[in-house]
Design a protein around this ligand. Structure first.
Ligand code: ADP
Ligand code: MG
Length: 269
């Protein structure tokens, strides 16, 4: 390893994916912990540029509800991104730990409001996240929610080919993506709608045993009804976020301000 890598002690592996690994590290001579994401750099120039985009876009974000960027460097054909460690792990793990006990409305609204603030910051910087899902949303020890994993993010005004390219996770993909239309800010809103539904029910809104039937459900915006005990505003919000035409879906700005649920969300921030 090079000079930069020498400055960290690796404690353990906390995540593994196709990209490489996420490691829990300790900067030498300091008490705090960080996460070091190790990404194998592709052979092609073009592939390398797109890997570097993750570090570049994360470094541009500065918001309490987005994982804080510390530094990045390259060594031995790898890109390393150092970021804040969220001790609570990801939301998917958290939901699994619940078994079948639903989260309280207070917890759902508090987490969701924070996700919206983080996502609005991303959109305000003219960036699309493109892979919002419970596995990419992290929790700190004081219960703050942080959006992470900018591995699929792109700049809003980048070349069409890039915005059209397939990314994301099938369960969270909006009707326009299945319809081969470009990814836009409302596609992120759809994905956040899926996360909100998951928080409310501990299930995916759109689930099926075949691709064909999954796509049909998504394109009809047909999801199983929510539990009755949830407030009317949550029923209403989810219905709006799952509008099949992206133009009918609220933006994050709308959800947080002029929307009739905004007062409920502000109360939980
Ligand atoms: P990938 O591109 O493989 O999805 P991620 O950035 O999502 O990589 O990291 C993979 C997993 O590692 C996450 O789902 C999460 O469980 C864990 N992880 C990543 N970054 C952090 C972090 N900053 N704090 C806590 N856990 C993290
Ligand atoms: Mg991820």
């Amino acid at each position: 390893y090079t000079v930069s890598m020498d400055r960290y002690t690796v404690l353990k592996v906390i995540g593994e994916g196709s990209f490489g690994r996420a490691l829990l590290v300790q900067p030498k001579g300091s008490a705090g912990h960080s996460v070091l994401k190790e990404i194998r750099l592709p052979k092609t120039q073009c592939g390398q540029e797109s890997s570097r985009t993750e570090a570049l876009l994360l470094s541009r974000m500065k918001h309490p509800n987005i994982v804080a960027y510390r530094e990045s460097f390259e060594a031995d054909g790898h890109l390393y991104i150092v970021m804040e460690y969220c001790t609570g792990g990801d939301l998917l793990q958290k939901m699994k730990q619940q078994k079948n006990t639903l989260f309280s409305v207070e917890v759902i609204l508090r987490w969701f409001a924070q996700m919206c603030l983080g996502a609005k910051h991303i959109h305000d910087k003219r960036v699309l996240h493109r892979d919002l899902k419970s596995k990419n949303i992290f929790l700190t020890d004081n219960g703050t929610v942080k959006l992470g994993d900018f591995g699929s993010a792109c700049i809003l005004n980048s070349s069409r080919a890039y915005v059209y390219s397939y990314v994301g996770t099938p369960y969270y993909m909006s009707p326009e993506i299945w319809d081969s239309k470009p990814y836009n800010n409302k596609s992120d809103v759809w994905s956040l709608g899926c996360v909100l539904y998951e928080l409310c029910t501990l299930r995916h809104p759109f689930q099926a045993t075949s691709w064909k039937s999954l796509i049909l459900k998504v394109c009809r915006g047909a999801y199983p009804p929510l539990p009755n005990h949830l407030p009317y505003e949550l029923h209403y919000l989810i219905k709006q976020m799952f509008k099949t035409n992206p133009r009918d879906r609220p933006s994050l700005h709308t959800i947080l301000t002029s929307h009739r649920v905004s007062r409920l969300l502000q109360k939980h921030l």
